[in-house]
Design a binder for this molecule. Structure first.
Ligand code: HEC
Length: 156
């Protein structure tokens, strides 16, 4: 037992560090329901940086119902209200990782045209990871000015 105790203590001390790195939803009514309903298949990290209108969120909710999401209609309504209010297009902090994000996620976080987002995805498949804005600006046909304006929202 003596041997195990220090290891156990070390593992415990890591827990708060890991918890801090977890993506968190903004505080507000409906947060707990959203975590419960949306967090059972994937983490909330998949959508915490997404910004959508009511229509956009409702489309995603429908999509997730098709994928097997369970809940009461009342809960879906609460989730729709929460997402529309707290992760709206005007909520700051929407970020996207250009090495991992889908074209759709880039369109919604950066407000760039779908053609540009698709070109970014194609380019990274062919050429590997982006490390900086300069790398992203090498994508043929990309609107450099639009991307530069959004550079704070780009993660690598
Ligand atoms: C029954 C399981 C399940 C539940 C519950 C669920 N999802 Fe998903 N979701 C998936 C699957 C499967 C994918 C696609 C695979 C992946 O990317 O991990 C996905 C992908 C996503 C994506 C990425 C889609 C894209 O095109 O970029 C978003 C955003 C998302 N879910 C949001 C939500 C939200 C919001 C909720 C709650 C309303 C939710 N999910 C609940 C299964 C689920």
């Amino acid at each position: 037992m003596k041997f195990f105790r220090p290891i156990f203590a070390a593992a415990l001390s890591l827990v708060p560090v890991l918890a801090d790195d977890k993506p968190k939803l903004p505080e507000g009514p409906g947060k707990a329901t959203t975590e419960k309903v949306c967090g059972s298949c994937h983490g909330v990290g998949i959508f915490v940086n997404r910004r959508e209108s009511r229509e956009g969120w409702n489309g995603i909710i429908e999509d997730m119902i098709h994928r097997g999401m369970k809940g009461e209609d009342e809960e879906f309504g609460e989730v729709s209200d929460y997402l529309t209010q707290f992760l709206s297009k005007s909520t700051p902090g929407g970020k996207v990782n250009v090495n991992q994000g889908s074209a759709k996620a880039m369109v919604s976080a950066l407000g760039i045209p779908e053609a540009d987002a698709t070109a970014i995805v194609k380019y990274r498949v062919a050429n590997g990871k982006f490390n900086s804005l300069e790398d992203v600006l090498k994508v043929p046909g990309i609107n450099a000015a639009a991307l530069e304006k959004q550079k704070e929202k780009i993660d690598y």
